[in-house]
Design a protein around this ligand. Structure first.
Ligand code: URA
Length: 276
């Protein structure tokens, strides 16, 4: 039997394949061959001499690892994020140190830091999970489809971005919009916590489950946690906090907009109460 070779894919087919696989942006102009210079499969190791296993002998010296190849342990990265965030006296200082923070690998695949949008003097702060493609391009949170819905949600209670402050738990887009890893969330947490402390809103709104669990320490799903008032402790002050649905979820499941409207009304009422 003669097997005919598959025709090579067209450029469009190749791009469609990449898009399907979550590769929707180019990170550099030139491709990087990451297999270049990698040794072929190493020969099986020679059996260890018996003497090396003798517990009375000192272990063989480890080969020296160049400092540049030592990847920061997540614990060290979390500690350095905490230390950096703690020392930022203002939002501008916090943004500046996040621009150069090296402890989170997401910074290297993202195009831009997505710090925040809106009014730092606002009385209400909304926090989402992580930027997507549109946010990564513009460097602003919630500017894509779900951002347009968030704008409409905020407008429904008489506010806009000049009267609200918007940020994310993770300030860099995860490649291909994948879910951030728990380690990435832990590393980024001190930054959003400091941002909340510096903005010091009267009401904190978490959008969706990931930001609710990360900031409010809840363990249940958004169906159970939404619409309930909780306390968010900045360390110096307690802020009223409430979780609601993420706008991206509402785009997929519009029937939950009714419940989100109840949450928005509760937020509007709380803002009136706090200023009374
Ligand atoms: N989803 C988020 O959680 N944040 C954004 O900024 C955009 C989409």
């Amino acid at each position: 039997m003669v097997v005919m070779p598959e025709p090579a894919p067209t450029l469009q087919q190749l791009l469609a394949f990449y898009l399907e696989a979550g590769v929707d942006c180019a990170l550099a102009d030139e491709p990087i061959n990451r297999l270049e210079g990698v040794d072929p499969v190493p020969a099986p190791a020679a059996p260890r001499p018996v003497a090396a296993l003798n517990p009375l002998r000192p272990p063989p010296a480890m080969p020296a690892v160049p400092r540049s190849e030592i990847v920061a342990a997540p614990d060290a990265a979390i500690a350095s994020a905490r230390e950096a965030a703690r020392t930022a006296p203002t939002l501008e200082a916090l943004r500046a140190l996040m621009e150069t923070f090296d402890g989170c690998a997401l910074r290297h695949t993202a195009t831009k830091l997505v710090f925040a949008d809106g009014n730092p003097q606002a009385r209400v702060m909304f926090v989402g999970e992580a930027p997507g493609r549109d946010e990564d391009i513009e460097g602003l949170p919630f500017v894509g489809r779900s951002g347009k819905l968030l704008d409409r949600m905020i407008a429904a209670i008489g506010l806009d971005r000049s009267k609200a402050y918007i940020a994310n738990v993770i300030p860099w887009r995860p490649p291909g919009n994948r879910t951030p890893t728990p380690q990435e969330t832990q590393i980024c947490l001190p930054f959003i916590q400091r941002q909340i402390e510096l903005v010091n809103p009267d009401v904190l709104v978490t959008l969706g489950n990931p930001s609710t669990q990360a900031l409010l320490g809840t363990r249940e799903g958004i169906m159970r946690t939404r619409g309930k008032w909780l306390d968010y402790d900045t360390g110096t002050r307690s802020i009223r906090a409430i979780a609601t649905f993420h706008p991206a979820y509402l785009l997929r499941s519009p029937s939950y907009k009714k419940m989100s409207w109840l949450d928005l009304r509760a937020i509007a009422k709380a803002l009136v109460q706090v200023s009374a």
